[in-house]
Ligand binder design. Structure first.
Ligand code: ZN
Length: 319
């Protein structure tokens, strides 16, 4: 079910995921159709949610959504549970408030694209629930906030549509994060904002849909076509150690009852580790042992060169 605040605005600049030409709602409203004569692809609308997937190249199939097959749905709930177990995301609330203030300083009613938005991420409510903020919440699974089924490799919107794009714990789950970063750049208006969070020292979550990790340098490189506003660690070394400790115990057994016992013991003996991040997170070098990092930046026409990137490295381990 779609939340009332996030009813889909049909006047948005939809674009065909295949050819990037304009998409229009058909007269029956059961389809969205590409206006390009050579393409003319039709995308179904299922349970009021357009399925705007490039079936020719995506890891996901339109038919799976029409048949309500599992895509990332169950994994999405896993993500929510694991986030509740260990607060890996110590700076998220501050960061989302920063994005909100930057947007509302310049734009009366900013339009934001949320990738991986079927469920709300930690801290995002201060941005997404603001009465002046308009959100388009997309995901590759149905969920309480999904308005559009969308694969970030082919974002179904026209160039320069959005004032900001949010990808919180999403880009580790895409096969080609560089292509997705290019797509984010494309759909942002000039000087539009991106906010991204990606794990670094965290074990696999999401099974078949967990592809990669980024160091802070790698995260900056991913958004080399953006001018940074702020970037750094989220969960610190304490959180990273807590994840490793829990997964060390997980590795001993697959038997459900034993696993429950072992996990209970691991959580009971490691709950305190996350609190050490209150001291460690802002120390020099925390980025090199972080459980996750964030990047907040503005769309730019300049591209950061790899030489400039290497020179910008400023962690304690390089001194
Ligand atoms: Zn098309």
């Amino acid at each position: 079910m779609i939340s009332e605040k996030t009813q889909l605005d049909r006047s948005l600049g939809f674009a065909c995921p295949r050819c990037k030409m304009r998409l229009v709602f058909s007269s029956t409203d059961m389809m969205m159709k590409c206006i390009h004569p050579a393409c003319g692809y039709q995308y179904p609308i299922h349970q009021s949610i357009p399925i705007l997937i490039n079936d020719a190249s995506s890891a996901f199939c339109i038919n799976d959504f029409l048949q309500n097959s599992l895509t990332y749905f169950s994994q999405g709930h896993h993500r929510q549970k694991t986030n509740c177990r260990i607060p890996m995301n110590q700076n998220a609330l501050h960061n989302f408030a920063h994005v909100r203030d930057l947007l509302l300083h310049d734009i009366p009613t900013p339009l934001i694209l949320i990738l991986g938005g079927s469920i709300r991420g930690i801290g995002s409510e201060v941005l997404l629930d603001h009465p002046k903020v308009r959100c388009v919440e997309t995901d590759i699974s149905f969920g309480p906030h999904t308005q559009i089924i969308c694969d970030a490799h082919d974002i179904p919107f026209a160039n320069e549509t959005f004032d900001a794009v949010v990808a919180q714990a999403v880009l580790e789950h895409v096969a080609d994060p560089y292509r997705c970063a290019d797509e984010i750049h494309r759909v942002l208006k000039p000087s539009g904002l991106v906010y991204s969070e990606i794990p670094f020292m965290q074990q696999v979550h999401g099974g078949a849909y967990d592809f990669t990790r980024f160091t802070l340098q790698g995260h900056r490189r991913l958004f080399q076509k953006f001018e940074p506003i702020e970037y750094g660690p989220l969960g610190g070394p304490g959180t990273a150690l807590a994840w490793a400790y829990l997964h060390f115990f997980d590795a001993w057994t697959q038997q459900p009852t034993w696993r429950k016992i072992v996990r209970g013991f691991a959580r009971f003996t490691s709950f305190w580790l996350k609190y050490t991040d209150a001291i460690l997170l802002n120390r020099p070098g925390a980025s090199d042992a972080a459980s996750a990092t964030f990047f907040m930046g503005r769309k730019s026409e300049q591209t950061l060169s790899d030489r400039e990137l290497v020179r910008s490295y400023h962690s304690a381990s390089n001194r």
